[in-house]
Structures are given as C-alpha cells and as structure tokens.
Design a protein around this ligand. Structure first.
Ligand code: 13P
Length: 249
C-alpha cells in the first residue's frame, strides 16, 4: 500500500516569506519518482498560500488541529470545514503538544467525529510519556487512548482514520524509538483495533510512526508493512531532508 509521509511544521516558520520559500522548494523537489503520499501540515495562517502553490502538484495539505464544531461563537478556533474548503485533506488531532495544554481522549474523540463529518481524514496521535514507559505502562496507556478516542465510531469510520504512534519521550529530542519496540506497540494497536472494529480494518488501518524521524532512521520504520508511513517534525523543516525521507518509500 502507498506510504504516507506527513510533515508537521508545528509553530514554524515565523514569516510567510519563509513558508513560501519552503513550499516552493517542496513543490520543485517532489514528484521525481517517490511513491508515497507527501502531506504538509503548516500553521493555519500559511495554508491558503500553500494551496495556491501546490495546485497541480501531488503534495497534500493538512491542518495541525481544528475546532470541535463546524462554526459559531468559538473565538480563536478553525473548523474542519474551513480547512476542507481551503483544500486540506488531513488534520492532525490529539498531538501530545496539544494534550499537554489540556486536550484529552474525550475531546479528541469528539474532534474525530466532527472531522469525519466534515470530510477530512484525521491523523490521530497516540503515545506514552517517558514516565509511563518507565513504569511499564505503555500498553495500558495505548489501549486506553485507542479505546477512548475511538469511542462510538463505527468500524467503517475507523477504517478512514490514520493513527500515529508518537511516543512522547521520542519527540523532539533526537532519541527515536527503537524500531522493534515501535513495531511491538504498532502490532498491539492493531490488535485493539481488531477488537474495536474487525481484523480486516485492523490490518488495513493506516498507522504512522513519529518521533525524531530523520533520513537516517526512516527506513527502519518504512520497511515493514506494520507502519503505513511517518509523521515527521523537526526534520520536515529541512526541506531537502524531508524530500529524502519521502524518496525512501
Ligand atoms: P520530531 O520529529 O521533531 O521528534 O517531532 C515529531 C512530532 O511531534 C511530529 O508530529
């Protein structure tokens, strides 16, 4: 199956001028043979410009978060429908950096339902903290996250969601998760999906790995069918590095 390589630019860069430069570099560099679906999730304020630049290219766009509802009196929120109307296809939900400022599984579950209704594909982040890993709670936490974020979502809809295993201890620090550990967790996540939905969906659901991915370690996760692709943070800001990762697939 086609791999998905997602760039999460987080709160970068600081100017539209820099963002444009990056979009253009991406557009020029992509499409020379890579089989993966390349997705860029820039800050909201750059999405419209990205959509113009990427018109006619294979690069897809995503948001990094979105509102709980379609619209209305929600100061500071951006709805899934707005993202869709701008040309976005994906939206990252429940990133650990958003969980750190108060988002929980219940809220993420509501956002997933809203995003599916709005016609976008949610990329739902899961992962344990360093402390939880140390306490041998990885599987406990992951099971709870998967079950709670997928609460009352039909099997068919589960099949439309992308999940991303992003161990929090592996994010941003240059210490990626050993591939064998990531694979064990990924298989466990698929087992839970099999119980929630069914074995076919569990096999087919897209599952990404994220956490200190770079061009040197990307292949460790990409070479197995267990992972459907990657969610790349820091390395995605270096366009050449991101293109290199996308070309590995
Ligand atoms: P890094 O690749 O910088 O570790 O970030 C991963 C991430 O949080 C992607 O969503």
């Amino acid at each position: 199956m086609k791999k998905i390589i997602v760039a999460n630019w987080k709160c970068n860069p600081q100017t539209l001028r820099e963002a444009q430069k990056m979009f253009l570099e991406l557009k020029q560099g992509i499409g020379r043979g890579e089989k993966a679906e390349a997705v860029v999730c820039p800050p909201f304020v750059y999405l419209a410009r990205a959509a113009e630049i990427f018109k006619g290219s294979k690069i897809k766009l995503g948001g990094q978060n979105c509102a709980l509802t379609e619209g209305g009196p929600y100061t500071g929120e951006i709805s899934a429908v707005m993202l869709k109307n701008l040309g976005a296809k994906y939206v990252i939900l429940g990133h650990s950096e958003r969980r750190a400022i108060g988002e929980d599984n219940v809220l993420i579950n509501q956002k997933i339902k809203n995003v599916l209704k709005g016609g976008l594909t949610p990329i739902v982040c899961l992962g344990e903290t360093a402390q939880q890993k140390q306490n041998n709670e990885t599987f406990l936490i992951l099971e709870q996250q998967v079950r709670e974020v997928l609460q009352k979502i039909t099997s068919t809809q589960v099949g439309k969601i992308i999940l991303a295993y992003e161990p929090i201890w592996a994010i941003g620090g240059g210490q990626s998760c050993p591939a064998d550990f990531a694979l064990t967790v990924a298989l466990f996540i698929r087992k839970i999906i099999s119980q929630i939905a069914n074995p076919t969906i569990a096999r087919r659901v897209s599952l990404l790995y994220g956490g200190s991915v770079d061009s040197a370690n990307a292949e460790d996760y990409l070479k197995t069918e267990i992972f459907s692709g990657l969610l790349v943070g820091g390395a995605s800001l270096k366009i050449k590095e991101f293109l290199k990762i996308a070309s590995l697939t």
